[in-house]
Each structure stands twice: as structure tokens, then as C-alpha cells.
Design a protein around this ligand. Structure first.
Ligand SMILES: *Cc1c(COP(=O)(O)O)cnc(C)c1O
Length: 483
């Protein structure tokens, strides 16, 4: 570009005031505030100036590029990105989608103590301070059979606190088959090093014997650790010592047996593979001195971590300085308390996670037929003849690091477009105001019904209608068939 060309382009950059006075700008003053709007526009103008000076010729008139970029940025900044979605993936405990949806009672309880003052750390009886853990400890002890219990921010925090309080500066023994990584952020070896605990790994990936543990014990050993292999299953020749054997070894040598259970199952499940996941109380009964688990996996409550076990050990954790950094918020505590009440009163089928796992195939078939009818009607109303809607069998999953190799048989609705690929249709559904998150399988979009909540059918229908009514769903010559 010539010197004069560059100068001319720079001069054509609109002034701040010009943009601020555009008629589409004031709506953003209400959501973002005038200062944020100004600094966003200033950033856009700076970028343009830099690009022009750098010799990048703009592809359109500078003024319209400036307005377009500013509008897009302001729109993105003023819309909340944290919002409800429809989980049509069939994965019940979906970590990226917020794990367990809460039971109604839990939601109400969280709301009830959040807009007012509360007894979070106060006893009206004593007229003074009480610890927040007291609200849930009794229920946790009843439901797990443990002497004592403590709640923290999540299960990773539970493991960190439990180990810091029992084995800091000492050694822990763990089986090679249980050195797990969960998600991409929780690795047993790393948590151990944060806790200041040295790790001794014994046995092989598929086989560890009780003798491996006993031979590795030194005067510096404090803990024998068992970890739930949450997201994998080793098949074939597999051997590991039972909890009973480990408990006997630990108590005869004055050591602590700790189990990181991951998911905290508090009731029996009737799924065919339910025997692969045991209840928290079974670990306590088998002699584990400490068990840790999540509140938002199989338990079906909010994000929380529970440490349950022997009173002397729990007392040490309750006094530990680290607890202050890991403590639970009042909304979470209220929701958790209400979830535990549902278990105590035998109403655990009101917990969405439990209900979804237990939903019968026949019920899901009915749901799928109904959803298919609704979607077909919506497509017909819009005159969209290029979309095929059909009921299909699905393989659903519990998720959340439980039953990694098992699927739940279910039903869903598949969408096949004659003019767009499955990934494009899926992307369009995800772009709805309430994003619909489907599965994509064999070139089809599949909406699993197991994980749908009340009202989701309507949300899916609106998302589909929005897509079918948009011009983008006829990509013209660009069409591609997926079979
Ligand atoms: C899920 C899981 C964790 C992490 O729990 P968070 O509540 O997500 O912190 C730790 N250990 C095991 C075995 C798990 O399955």
C-alpha cells in the first residue's frame, strides 16, 4: 500500500463518538455499562489502526468493519456463557455439563438459605457459634455407617485433606493397578505430592497381592491406600487384595486404611451391572478407616467431597488448617443436606441421577416416540422435507467415572438431514439459545431420552425449528449425504 493509501484508510477509521452514537449501541450500556462499551470499541479501533499500518488492506469499508467487529464483541461479552443446556447425550453424570442435576428439594433448600442470613455457623440453641459441618455429619454417619464425617469442596480436596492430616512427611502404599487419573486434572501421584506424602507403588497393573503390601511396609509407612478404578476396567487375569485383607494388615501394623471411592453410592441400584459399584457403607463395614467420595457423581447432589471414617482420624482433619481453604459454601451445603434427607427418608428416586439410571427401557421408548412425533410435526409445519426423524435404540452411560465398561440400553431419536452433515446439524442444535447437546453416531444426530429433564422436549423442538427456519440449513450445492 502507498503512503497516501494508508493515510486515507487511517483517516476513514470512525471516531469513538461516531460509534457510541450509533443506534445499536445503547442496548449494551444496560448490560455492560458505558465504560466497558467504550473500552471494547477502543480496542477494535486500535486493532484496525495496527492492521492498516501493518499493510493489511481491509476487505470492506473501514467504518463498516469497525461497526461489525464492535457489535460482535459487545454481543459476545453481554451474553452469559454459563447457562442451562439440554443433555441429550445419554451420559447421566456428564462432568462437562455440570455432573448431577439437583433434586427439586435440593434446589429449594439452596435458594432458601441464600437470599437471607442463616444458621450456617450458628446455633440458635446455644446462641453462639457452631461448625458448618454439623448440619450434615449425622446424616452422613447414618447413611455410611461411619463414626464421623466431614465435607469439603470436592473429592480431590477430600483426598488432599485426608492424606495431609494422616500421612504428611511419611509414606503411603498403593497398588500399581490403582494409580488413576480422573478427568485431566486429578492424578493420584500428584495429589500425594501436594499432601507431602511419599508413595510406594507395589504389585503390577493387573495383579497385586496382600504380601506385596506387607513386604513394602517400613517404620515410616502411615497409610495403605485403595483407589477406585473409576474410568477404566482391567479385564482378564486381575487380582487385588480384598478390603478385609487390607484392613487386617493395616490394623495389625498400626496403619490407616484409606479408600478413595470416587463415586459415593448410598443406595442399591437395580441395573444389571450394579454389583460392580459397591455402596459407601460396604467399604466402612469392611474396615476402611477413611473413605472419600464425591457428592455430585452417583450420589446425585452438588459438588462436594466427603470424608467419612473413624472419629480420631476425622477429629485431626477437622482441626487441620487446610480445612479453612477447602470449606463448603452455604448454597452447596444446603443442597447437599436436602439431598441426604431424600436418602434418609427413602425418597432417593426423586434424585435425578438415580431416577435416570433406573428408568426402564419401556419408559424411554415411550419418551422417544413422543419426542419423534413432536419433532416430525414441527418439521412438517415448517415444510422441511429434507429431515428424517426416527426412533432408534441407544446405548446410554452412567458416566462420572462409574461403570466405565457398561452401557444402559435406551431409546432416542435420530435426525438425518438430506442437505447437511450430522456435525452441522449438531452444531446448529448447540447454537440454540438453550443449547441442545446431542450425540453424533454413524452420520446421524442422536437425541438420547434417558438424560432429558422436564421441558427438554419443547427446548429440542424449538432448537430444531430455529435451525429448519434458518437459511443456513439449505447449503445448496454444498450438500453432503452421510451414508
Ligand atoms: C471423580 C474422582 C475423584 C475426583 O473427585 P472430584 O469430586 O471431581 O474432585 C477422585 N478420585 C476418584 C477415584 C474419582 O472417581
Amino acid at each position: 500500500m502507498t503512503q497516501t493509501g494508508t493515510e486515507a484508510l487511517l483517516r476513514s477509521i470512525p471516531a469513538m463518538d461516531e460509534l457510541l452514537n450509533a443506534d445499536w449501541v445503547p442496548e449494551f450500556f444496560g448490560t455492560l455499562g458505558r465504560e466497558q462499551v467504550k473500552s471494547t470499541i477502543a480496542g477494535v479501533l486500535d486493532d484496525l489502526r495496527r492492521e492498516i499500518r501493518g499493510g493489511e488492506p481491509p476487505a470492506a469499508p473501514v467504518a463498516s468493519i469497525a461497526a461489525e467487529r464492535a457489535a460482535a464483541l459487545l454481543r459476545a461479552k453481554s451474553a452469559s456463557t454459563f447457562k442451562p443446556v439440554v443433555n441429550a447425550t445419554g451420559v447421566v453424570i456428564h462432568t462437562n455439563l455440570g455432573r448431577a442435576p439437583l433434586a427439586e428439594g435440593a434446589l429449594a433448600a439452596a435458594g432458601a438459605v441464600s437470599g437471607t442470613y442463616s444458621t450456617l455457623e450458628y446455633s440458635p440453641e446455644k446462641g453462639g457459634r457452631e461448625v458448618r459441618n454439623a448440619h450434615v455429619e449425622w446424616a452422613l454417619c447414618r447413611l455410611t455407617g461411619a463414626e464421623s464425617a466431614l465435607v469439603v469442596n470436592n473429592n480431590a480436596a477430600a483426598v488432599l485433606l485426608a492424606l495431609s492430616a494422616t500421612a504428611r512427611g511419611r509414606e503411603l502404599i498403593v497398588s500399581a493397578g490403582e494409580l488413576v487419573e480422573i478427568g485431566d486434572s486429578f492424578r493420584i501421584p500428584e495429589i500425594l505430592s501436594f499432601s507431602g506424602v511419599d508413595m510406594r507403588v507395589v504389585g503390577c497393573t493387573n495383579s497385586t497381592r496382600i504380601e506385596d503390601f506387607s513386604a513394602a511396609i517400613t517404620e515410616n509407612t502411615a497409610v495403605l491406600l485403595k483407589v477406585h478404578p473409576s474410568n477404566y476396567r482391567i479385564e482378564g487375569f486381575v487380582r487385588s487384595p480384598s478390603r478385609k485383607e487390607l484392613a487386617e494388615l493395616a490394623s495389625s501394623r498400626g496403619l490407616v486404611l484409606m479408600e478413595d471411592l470416587g463415586s459415593g453410592l448410598l443406595c442399591s441400584l437395580k441395573a444389571a451391572f450394579a454389583h460392580r459399584e459397591h455402596q459407601v457403607r460396604d467399604s466402612v463395614k469392611a474396615g476402611c478407616d477413611i473413605v472419600t467420595f464425591s457428592g455430585d457423581k452417583l450420589l446425585g447432589g452438588p459438588q462436594i467431597g466427603v470424608i467419612a471414617g473413624s472419629k480420631p482420624l476425622l477429629d485431626r482433619m477437622k482441626r487441620h488448617q487446610l480445612l479453612r481453604a477447602l470449606r463448603v459454601d452455604k448454597m452447596t451445603l444446603a443442597a447437599f443436606d436436602a439431598t441426604l434427607q431424600l436418602y434418609l427418608s427413602g425418597r432417593q428416586r426423586e434424585i435425578p441421577v438415580i431416577r435416570m439410571i433406573e428408568t426402564d427401557k419401556s419408559v424411554l421408548l415411550e419418551k422417544a416416540r413422543k419426542l419423534s412425533r413432536v419433532l416430525k410435526r414441527r418439521a412438517a409445519d415448517l415444510g422441511a422435507s429434507d429431515i428424517t426423524v426416527s426412533v432408534v435404540e441407544t446405548e446410554d452411560a452412567v458416566g462420572g467415572g462409574t461403570f466405565p465398561a457398561d452401557t444402559l440400553p435406551g431409546y432416542g431419536v435420530s435426525l438425518r438431514s438430506a442437505s447437511a452433515g450430522a456435525e452441522d446439524v449438531a452444531a446448529a442444535l448447540r447454537a440454540a439459545p438453550v443449547p441442545v447437546i446431542p450425540a453424533v453416531r454413524d452420520g446421524c444426530v442422536v437425541l438420547h431420552t434417558r438424560t432429558l429433564l422436564a421441558g427438554d422436549e419443547k427446548r429440542i423442538a424449538s432448537a430444531l425449528a430455529l435451525y429448519l427456519a434458518s437459511p443456513s440449513h439449505f447449503p445448496g450445492s454444498d450438500c453432503r449425504l452421510d451414508d
